[in-house]
Structures are given as C-alpha cells and as structure tokens.
Design a protein around this ligand. Structure first.
Ligand code: EPU
Length: 422
C-alpha cells in the first residue's frame, strides 16, 4: 500500500495542467455501449476508476484498449454478457452507469447493487425509478439489479428529482437509455452539471437527438440506432478547483491550464470572497494569494452551486482563515470524514450534522493521517503542503482513483511529496 510523505510548508509556483474529467469520462465510456463499432475517447485520465470501467466494459464483451496517443478505443460491436459482476462493480460505485445503456442496447441488464461508501449511503432508487418509467421491468436477484425490456424502452416525461435535488449519474443513466427509446423522453429535474452536457454532446455526435443541455429539462427524441464516434472529454473542473486551492493555501501562484472558468462560477465566487485572486487566461486562469485568508460560508449544492467534490478542499483552506466559517453539506450530509484528520493537524473544526463550523487557526501542524475517500484525501494533501513539518498520509489509493499523477504535477510546481510503498 502506498503512502505520501509531504514536507511543508511550500509555496507553489508554476504552470499546472488539468487532466480530462473523470466524472465526464465514466458515463461517456459507458455510453459507447450504445453503438456497434469502435468509439474513440480522448483525454481520458489514467486513473484507478477508469481502469475499473475498462475492465467492466471488457467483461460485457466490448474490446477496450488505450492506443499510443493514450486515446481509449471501445469497440462495442459485440456485447454478449450484459452482466456487471459484483467483483468489478464493488470497486467503483459509478459502475451503475452501465445499467441504462445495457438495457437499451440488449433489452436486459444485470448489475450488482452498489453498496454504500465513505461519503454516505448513496442509493440508486432514482435510477431505477427512471428506468421503470421508460418501461423496464426491474427486480432484485441475489444482490443484483435485473432490468429487462425485451420489447425496448418507450419515451415519457419523467421527474428525476430526489431528496437532495437532481442526481448526476441517475440523469446520465436515463439520458443514455432514452436515446434508443421509442418516442420522446423529457427528463425534468435533470442534473445540469457540465459532465452531463459533455455526455449529451457525445450522444448527439453518435446520432442521438437531445436538447436542453445545461438546463433541468432534457428532451430526447429516440432514434433507432447510434453510431460510434470520436470525442475529447472536458477538463476536470474538480481537479482544477483543487489546484486553485493549492495555490491559495500555499500563498503561491499557479497558472492552471485546460480549465473552463465558465463551469466554475460558484468556486471562483467563494475563492474570491476568501481573498484569492483569479485572473482568466485563454485556456484557464492564474491563481494567486498574497494577503490573509478571509472566512466565508459555503453551502454545497447541485450545479451551478458549489460542488460537494470541492467541499473538503475548501475546508482545508478555510481552516487557515482569520475567523469562523460555516460549511453546509447539502448533497452528501455525512461527507465529513476529513474533519477528524484535519483536527489531528491542529485545525479547529466542529461538525454538527450536515454542518461544519471551521474556526481558523494560524497553521496546520504535520501529523500521521489517513485518507478516507477521494476528495478528502486531496484536501489532506493540500493541508499537508501548508503544514509545518512532515505529514504522512496513508491509504493514498483513494487519491489515485481520481487524480492523475498528483504528486508529479504538484512536485513540478514546488511541492515536496514522496510516494512510498509500505
Ligand atoms: N441520490 C438518491 N437516489 C438516487 C441517486 C442519488 O437519493 O438514486 C442522492 C445521493 O445519495 C446524494 C444526491 O442524491 O445525496 C446526489 O447524488 P448523485 O446521484 O448526484 O451522485 P452520483 O451521480 O452518484 C456524482 C459524482 C460524485 C459527485 C456527485 C455529486 C460521478 C462518477 N460521481 O455521483 O463524484 O460527488 O455526482 O456531484 O460522476 C467524486 O468524484 O469524488 C464523486 C464522489
């Protein structure tokens, strides 16, 4: 198992490149299942989660490989085993996104029911409700979701809202399934995240007829078949936001490339409130921080609100602000595993239900700490770069699920991170 040893404090300075978006790439790769033939997907980051999906798609019968340019080829000419096995699915919750395309393509799909994870229960009831509305028959068998639609799916107006608002992968699943449904599907309370827009753009290139991207109402005119295409996934706005905080927390200066500020309005708003300067460039921005950090209140919301996937990272920054901040988690109310670890580094954060009260301290102090989930571990890396002394972070496999070459990228701009196998 790998650990990070991180020496701090450092002041980051330089140019850093954002990789392709993991959360855009995953459903896009799954939607390649909808077309017979070879789809080519570019800028797919090399991550543990992507490798799991490659394995899963291969197990269904697709031929998947990365070429010398690092493009992923998915040849879905033959899909002869529409079964997402537990041994693969359990490694990554996002595996659920094969359900919609499989049932649309094969008339049957069996996918192991995903369990909970470190950030909460994470049910899939809305995915199943949406597929049922499209005419699929769904039952549970030995812990597997079995969805059948031998005569195909039929379009309909579907409300996809849930107790926490829209669902990203739920919207992705119903969107993918409805492209091949008979007639028109309208998804109300659809997720508006840029990753869903990227997916819809990919599907439209394949021949789907989707309108309303970026809005909570997606309209899909079903078509008989889709064709394989080539597509480049968007930059990862969560990785970009993590680098913005990295510049801010180290009082440094980073030019961040391949980053669309248009997709990050809420993040820019909060960072500027905290005293971080963000100057747009042609393909990203320059982030600097010279003064003190100002406390701010932050509430996570669905897009275009502040993303839950940057909550932990922002908490690390606010832990060093001049006063008290309140962070309210409205998407995953239990997503606070990082609080205890940051407190081990001398932060002063109190959790009360879905709220964290962050009393700013002067500095983080290095300590041995443990990564609990992907974004929490990114936040701990940020805290460690600002901390005084050498921090050891164990279980960094969490970070490898979602950040491509993170220590190489950060070391190139002044971080001191050593990866060790123990
Ligand atoms: N929810 C339900 N029922 C459902 C589906 C969701 O109640 O059927 C609830 C969830 O429990 C949660 C809320 O709705 O409270 C939103 O969850 P959502 O379905 O949007 O999450 P997701 O699609 O499973 C994606 C990202 C997550 C990100 C969330 C929220 C991918 C692969 N994952 O998950 O990313 O946190 O949207 O933006 O796209 C990460 O990258 O670290 C990560 C966890």
């Amino acid at each position: 198992m790998d650990i990070f040893r991180i020496d701090g404090p450092v002041k980051l300075d330089g140019v850093i490149n954002v990789s392709g978006s993991k959360n855009a790439a995953l459903p896009i790769m799954a939607s390649a299942l909808l077309a017979r033939g070879n789809s080519i997907i570019k800028d797919v980051p090399k991550l543990a989660d992507i490798a799991v999906l490659e394995m899963l798609l291969s197990s269904l019968g697709a031929k998947v490989h990365r070429d010398q340019n690092d493009d992923i080829h998915i040849d879905a000419t033959t899909i002869d085993n529409p079964v997402g096995e537990y041994d693969i699915v359990r490694k990554m919750r996002a595996s659920i996104c094969i359900l919609g395309p499989l049932v649309a393509r094969c008339g049957r799909a069996e996918v192991s029911m995903p369990g909970g994870c470190a950030i909460g229960d994470r049910p899939v009831d809305i995915h199943l409700r949406g597929l049922t509305e499209l005419g699929a028959n769904i039952h549970l068998e030995n812990g597997n979701i079995v969805a059948t639609a031998p005569n195909g799916l039929t379009g309909k107006s579907i409300f996809l809202g849930g107790p926490f608002g829209s669902t990203v992968l739920g919207t992705a699943n119903i969107l993918m399934a409805s492209t091949l449904a008979k007639g028109t599907t309208v998804i109300e309370s659809a997720a508006c995240e840029p990753e869903i827009t990227d997916l819809a753009n990919f599907l439209n290139k394949m021949g789907a007829r989707i309108t309303g991207m970026g809005s909570p109402r997606l309209t899909i005119e079903g078509v008989d078949q889709l064709k394989p295409v080539e597509h480049r996934v968007i930059g990862d706005r969560i990785e970009a936001g993590t680098f913005m905080v990295a510049a801010a927390i180290t009082a440094g200066k980073l030019e961040i490339k391949n980053c669309s500020l248009n997709d990050m309005v809420a993040v820019v708003d909060r960072l500027e409130k905290i005293g971080v300067r963000i100057d747009p460039t042609e393909d990203g921005c320059i982030v600097t921080r010279s003064g003190r950090l100002i406390p701010a209140d932050v509430t996570t919301q669905t897009y275009p609100g502040f993303p839950t996937d940057l909550q932990a990272q922002l908490m690390a920054l606010l832990a060093l602000a001049d006063g008290n901040s309140i962070i309210t988690e409205k998407i995953f109310p239990d997503r606070f595993m990082h609080v205890a670890e940051m407190n081990r580094m001398a932060a002063n954060i109190r959790k009360e239900g879905p709220i964290a009260i962050v009393a700013g301290v002067d500095r983080f102090v290095a300590a041995p700490i443990m990564a609990s989930d992907l974004r929490a571990s990114a936040a701990l890396v940020l805290a460690a770069m600002a901390a005084h002394g050498r921090t050891t972070i164990s279980r960094v496999y969490h970070i490898d699920r979602g950040y491509e070459k993170i220590e190489e990228k950060l070391n190139a701009v002044g971080a001191k991170i050593i990866r060790e196998s123990v």
